[in-house]
Every structure is written in C-alpha cells, then in structure tokens.
Design a protein around this ligand. Structure first.
Ligand code: FES
Ligand code: MG
Length: 571
C-alpha cells in the first residue's frame, strides 16, 4: 500500500473484512497484485440491448480497461439501469433520477477510487453525471458516439428529425405508408446515438465543452476506431485523475456550466439540456437558474446540423467537431476559463483546432442563424418560466398573439387532433396540459404535438404549441415548452380555456394569458388536480418529490451531495 486511497478501506485490510472483499473478487481470476494499492477504477456502464443507442458500450468498456491497466490501475466494470429513450414508457425521463440514484449509490457502496461513465442515449448522460456529482469521486465521461448518417433513397436522413417530417408527409398524403416503413432500416444503420443534434449529441457536446470528457468525444461516430482509442486514452487518464484527486466539483464550476450553455447555443442543441443542466448544477452546488440560459441567447448557430440545420453528426465530426466550436467561441471572446478533466484549461481543447468544412461548422461572421440560443419566456401563463428554441422555430411565430385551443390531456389531443371539424387555423395556439413532471408523470417529449390534419393538408408546417412537456432534441417548430409551474401542480396553464387569447414574444421574453387577474382567480377557485396516475413504487416517490422544470425536475431529496466515507462493514 503506497497511498491512503479510498479503495484501501475495502482491499487493503489485513483482517476478516479484507479477506472477504479480496477473496470473492479473486473468483474472477484477478491476481494478488490487482489489490496492491493501485487505483481501482469503476466503469459505470449503461450498456443494454434495450437501449440501442448504448449497445456499443460493451466494446468501449474493453478500450477503457486497456487504458486503466496500462496506467497501473485496476478496472472493474459494473452495470447500472439503462434508459432507452425510444423504448421506455411512459417516458425515459421518469427514470433519469432513478438512474442517478443507482449510479450514486453504486459508486458510494463499492471500493472504487474513480469512475468512467459510459453513457450516450439522452437521459443516460445527465443521469450518470448527476449521480457521480453527488459522490464527487474523480469521474470522466466516454459517450456512445453517434450512429453513421441515415440513408434512404440516396439521401441522408436524420434520426428523429426525418421521422417527424415523414410522419407529417404521410398525414398530408405526400408519402405512402410503405415508403415510410421502408425508411426505418436506413435511418438506423449502425450502433450509436441519434446522429442529429438531438439530446444525446447535445449532452455529449455540452459535456465536452464543460471539460468532463476528453476532446473530440462528442462527435466521433460510435463505430469509428478512433472512439475505441479515445476510450483507451480515457482509461489512462482516469488513473492519473485519481492520483491528482481531480473531482467533478473541480471541473463543473459555474464557468464550466456557462461554457456548456454557450456551446448548446452554438451547436443548436436540445431544449432538454436546460432541465439536465439545472438538475446537475443542483447536485454540484453551482448556483444556476433559468435566467443563466439567456447568456447564450446572442450566440449564433454555428453547427449546421439537423434539426436546426441540414447536416448530420458524421459531417460534424469530419469537419472538426467540438474543438472547432470551442475555438470559435474562444476567438470571439466567449469561452470562459475553466478546468477540465485533463487538469488544464478548456482553451487547450480549442487550441489548434482546424475547420475542414465551413458549411458544416460556420464562423461567427457567417452563421447558420444569428442569436440562436434558447429564449426564456415568463408571464402570467408561466410565472416560473418556459422556454423556446428560436433556431428550430419559425421567425414569424416568435412574436404572435392568437386564440388558444386547449387539449386537457395527451389522450384528448390524440383523439381529436385530426378531426376535420377542429376549429383551428394556422394562427391558433395549441395548448396541451398534464404533461409536466408530476402530471404525466415524467415530463415526456410530447410538446411538439402534430399539426392538426386539416391544416397539414392545407400546407401548414408550423404553429405555436404551448405545454408543460418537453420535446425531443431532434424535433423542430415554434414549440413553447417546460411551462412552470405545470398544470398538475396548479400552474396557470391548468386554467387556460379554448378561446382565450395568448400573447407570445420571444424578443420580449413574454408568455401572457390575456385574461384579468379576477378571472384567473375565479377559475383557480374552481380547479382541482387530477388523481395521480401511479400510487405505488418509484413512480409514486417521483410524483411526491419531483421539482418543477425550472429546478431541473430532480427529486427534492437528491439535491446536493454526500461525500462522507462509508465506514460500516457488510459483515
Ligand atoms: Fe437514444 Fe436518440 S434515442 S440517442
Ligand atoms: Mg429525446
């Protein structure tokens, strides 16, 4: 034993407890010297065949192990709950906090000194980071990486984004159901996460900008051999991080969060980043609120990827990836000094980055769109805020006043949206209730409700939609999301009636329900919440303790961290 490492409390003891910890591990064929006091590195894996986006993580874990052994550490891989965005009902978001608990308690209970987080699909990255931040052992991320570009009939098609487009085309009678079904296999043709700038690649880009992964982690395709090399290098680096005692709280400072927000604007990232960063900040103890996201609102859209642009993640990688974006931010005086997992400053990720395709990664002088960051809206309809993503919206709808058409629930919306006699026009504002954290529960990605069929067939491609839901990072449209407080928590959204007028101003940051305060109070006196959809198990715990969207939808008792050593033995 050279150092007083955390793992010494398990494997360095010359007594009955040490015997138990070592002997049972030796049943896997580990030699004595694996327990000689070297850093023990957990590899926290969200691999699962039910999370197709993370199905490559078994291979990447082997790459991490090579690096850990090479650097003189001892790698031990362990599974945690995996969240498959496209497979879980009612929504993977319901389980993000459960994954975070699984990660936190696994790290804390086992005799490891540092951890490599293997995630990728939307909720897996924030869930793992939240859990790791609450224990605060040295930690670093390796992401799944995006799938190869989707292909259909000789054209590139993007995960999610083209599903929404194709399904509207089918509803408008412009695409046959057979062609629609045929596009399935071409869209997803390798391991990896959605290859649009959806939530997975957004979170990986933010993680890189925050310095929690090695450079180039966000964009390298899942099946590119260089990702395996990156996993190897990450395994080497985590051993050094343990020696340096470089912890998540040293890296994820307020400045790092600001860099993440700026990067999110520059890449045209997902609105989901908002709830994830707010929750993560709550874990690390960084003071971040919705207003901080306005720091990014003047940043131009640089990365020309779907859903806000036209290319895909493979193109972004070959153009130079996140280091180029960081260099642009740095050259234009936006990037803040912040420590990374390499121990130096984030500027080291940007230094020397070269852009190989200036249409894919634009400059500040020739952006895809100016001022692309998210806008925060407030008003009597969203006292605690709501958000909209201008880069994915229609400019003419960002300042608009119109009549509301209200759906009281997701079932109401699905049953009625395609009614030929639905009394709506392109100017109508569609309102959906009951899709917030408590209401659904789990705040699903349904905020981008379909355009009513009667309008789709007239050629209407976008209209304002307002809800307490989220939307997929691959989705687009003038969609106002995360209205807080949500309807089920008694927010004013619950009180909107069909025919009310609503005013939206993205430039003014306004979301107003144009009724009097007296009328609002009268309606409130009449209102009662719906009975909860779940009355037992984790879902009940979630409904009883989830915070609202403007606080990141974490569970109230999970905010913060507990870094105390675990002293009591198992036997
Ligand atoms: Fe898993 Fe998009 S569904 S990354
Ligand atoms: Mg998603």
């Amino acid at each position: 034993m050279t150092k007083d490492r955390r793992s010494k409390g398990w494997y360095g003891k010359l007594d009955k407890d040490g015997f138990i910890h070592r002997s049972w591990m030796k049943n896997q064929g580990f030699p004595d010297h694996a327990f000689d006091g070297r850093p023990i590195i957990g590899i926290c894996n969200t691999w699962s065949e039910l999370t197709p986006c993370n199905s490559g993580l078994r291979d990447l874990a082997e790459g991490v192990k090579r690096g850990v052994w090479e650097a003189g550490g001892f790698p031990v891989e362990f599974p945690v709950m995996s969240l498959g965005e496209t497979q879980m009902k009612p929504t993977a978001m319901l389980f993000r906090n459960l994954l975070a608990m699984d990660v936190e308690e696994s790290i804390r209970a086992y005799g490891i000194d540092g951890v490599v987080l293997l995630g990728g699909c939307d909720k897996t990255t924030p869930g793992q980071l939240m859990g790791a931040a609450s224990v605060d052992l040295p930690a670093i991320v390796v992401s799944s990486g995006p799938m190869l570009n989707g292909k259909y009939r000789g054209k590139d098609i993007g995960s999610g984004t083209d599903v929404w487009k194709f399904s509207e085309a089918v509803r408008a009678g412009e695409m046959t159901l057979k062609d629609f079904m045929n596009a399935e296999s071409g869209m997803s043709r390798s391991k990896g996460v959605c290859m649009t700038m959806g939530t997975a690649s957004t979170m990986a880009s933010i993680v890189e900008a925050m310095g929690m992964s090695l450079p180039t982690n966000a964009a390298l395709p899942a099946v590119d051999a260089r990702r395996m090399a990156l996993a190897h290098l990450t395994g080497k680096r985590i051993v050094e991080m343990v020696e340096e005692d470089l912890k998540p709280s040293d890296v994820m400072t307020k400045d790092a969060f600001v860099n993440g927000i700026l990067a999110n604007a520059a890449v045209g990232g997902s609105t989901n980043a908002v709830v994830h960063l707010l929750a993560l900040a709550g874990r690390v103890g960084v003071d971040l609120d919705l207003t901080d996201f306005e720091i990014g609102s003047e940043i131009p859209l640089l990365v020309n990827c779907m859903p806000s642009g036209k290319y895909l993640m493979e193109d972004f990688c070959y153009a130079g990836g996140m280091p180029v974006v960081l260099k642009q931010l740095q050259d234009n005086g936006h990037l803040r000094a912040a420590k990374t997992v390499l121990g130096g400053d984030i500027t080291a990720y940007a230094d020397g980055a070269e852009c190989f395709n200036e249409d894919v990664i634009r400059s500040f002088e020739a952006p895809v769109k100016p001022a692309a960051g998210l806008r925060v809206l407030r008003g009597n309809l969203a006292p605690n805020g709501a958000i909209v993503k201008p880069s994915a919206a229609s400019d003419h709808l960002l300042e608009h006043e119109g009549e509301a058409f209200v759906f009281e629930s997701i079932e109401d919306m699905k049953a009625n949206i395609d009614r030929e006699d639905l009394p709506v026009t392109a100017e109508t504002i569609l309102v959906l209730k009951g899709c917030g954290p408590k209401g659904y529960p789990g705040m699903p990605e349904v905020g981008n409700m379909p355009i009513p069929r009667k309008l789709v067939t007239q050629g209407v491609k976008d209209m304002i939609r307002v809800s307490d839901a989220r939307m997929s990072g691959t989705a687009f449209g003038t969609v106002i999301l995360h209205v807080s407080p949500e309807a089920q928590a008694g927010g004013p959204l619950a009180l909107v009636k069909t025919g009310d007028r609503i005013r939206v101003s993205a430039s003014g940051g306004e979301l107003e329900l144009l009724i009097s305060a007296e009328e609002m109070e009268a309606r409130r006196a009449d209102w009662t919440p719906d009975a909860p959809h779940y009355t037992r198990g984790y879902a009940k715990l979630y409904i009883d303790h989830v915070l609202q969207a403007d606080k990141g939808a974490d569970l109230d008792f999970l905010v913060g961290k507990d870094t105390r050593p675990v002293t009591r033995e198992s036997h």
